[in-house]
Design a binder for this molecule. Structure first.
Ligand SMILES: [Mn+2]
Length: 316
């Protein structure tokens, strides 16, 4: 269904719980906060399910919206969640009971909800949520700020190649509502912790280039994170870093996880499909940005992703 139908459907509901994805980013959290605020302005009882993975970069946007123990929803909505394996442990409980409405923009969206409002043409799920809540009337400043965070962070402050004229139109609308967009931009795009810069230095020192410098692969081990004393907040969106190296068209950032697995994030110029590469390893995402998690050591993960890139290159 489109956002107009989804808006009508949602307006007929009450006691609404909103779910965000595992390792939440600005888009899923911004969508959840913005949607929750707008629903409350419509007189609905709404809350966001607490997400244990949320870092302090994004938790402030959820203040006042989190569901307490006593919250008993009649309707469950997911935002920016592409697949069943992207639910948090608390979210999986609701997935088993049934997601009533899934709002998303991933081409790989699995359709786990009873109803879905999915538009892969949107750079951020926040664009879709903005258009949806606008159906109910003017968007408030309180709802606009987290939606601006959603749209700006999913587009790398409007520079990733998912950015469209429509993205800018949504952002312009949100900016005109009197939000502190300068503060958001400074916080998310013009500020780095010292540990973050050390992580970036580690990537530069240890990356391996292939294809005459067009393919770059780097890895961050758990030992690296521990040695630097870096946290998930320091590593936020680190997958976007290596693609900034001149000449690189496909970049892979491998993160070692606890328990013998690795999370791989692939970024491409969009010509070579990141989704196809990651699909070979059981993952998914967008044409220019996708990911997968595999049971492997870092050297095994490097070999596996290079093999997947080679397979997709040979069919391109
Ligand atoms: Mn998103």
């Amino acid at each position: 269904m489109d956002y107009i139908e989804a808006a009508a459907l949602l307006r007929g509901q009450d006691h609404i719980l909103i779910l965000t994805h595992k390792k939440p980013d600005g888009d899923t959290i911004g969508c959840a906060a913005g949607l929750c605020q707008a629903l409350r302005e419509q007189g609905r009882d709404a809350a966001v399910l607490p997400n244990e993975d949320a870092t302090s970069l994004f938790t402030p946007y959820l203040e006042g919206y989190l569901a307490g123990e006593a919250f008993r929803p009649d309707y469950v909505v997911s935002v920016d969640i592409a697949g069943r394996n992207l639910f948090t442990p608390a979210g999986e409980v609701w997935l088993r009971r049934g997601i009533d409405l899934a709002i998303d923009h991933h081409p790989s969206h699995e359709g786990f909800g009873a109803r879905s409002c999915v538009d892969p043409a949107r750079a951020a799920c926040g664009e879709l949520v903005y258009d949806l809540i606008r159906q109910w009337g003017p968007v408030s400043r309180e709802a606009a700020l987290p939606l601006y965070v959603a749209v700006s962070t999913d587009t790398g402050c409007f520079v990733y190649n998912n950015t469209t004229p429509e993205t800018h139109r949504v952002a312009a609308d949100l900016m005109s509502l009197g939000i502190d967009f300068q503060g958001v931009n400074k916080r998310h795009f013009r500020t780095k912790s010292r540990k973050r810069l050390q992580l970036e230095a580690l990537i530069i020192d240890t990356m391996v280039l292939h294809d005459g410098g067009e393919t770059a692969i780097c890895a961050i081990s758990l030992a690296d994170m521990a040695r630097l004393g870096a946290t998930e907040r320091d590593a936020e969106d680190i997958a976007a870093f290596l693609g900034q190296l001149e000449g690189v068209r496909t970049s892979v950032t491998i993160r070692e996880l606890e328990g013998g697995a690795c999370k791989l994030s692939v970024r491409t110029d969009g010509i070579l499909s990141a989704t196809q590469i990651c699909a070979l390893l059981g993952g998914g995402g967008h044409a220019a940005a996708a990911g997968c998690t595999i049971r492997a050591t870092i050297p095994e993960a490097k070999a596996a992703i290079l093999d997947a890139i080679r397979q997709v290159q040979s069919h391109a």
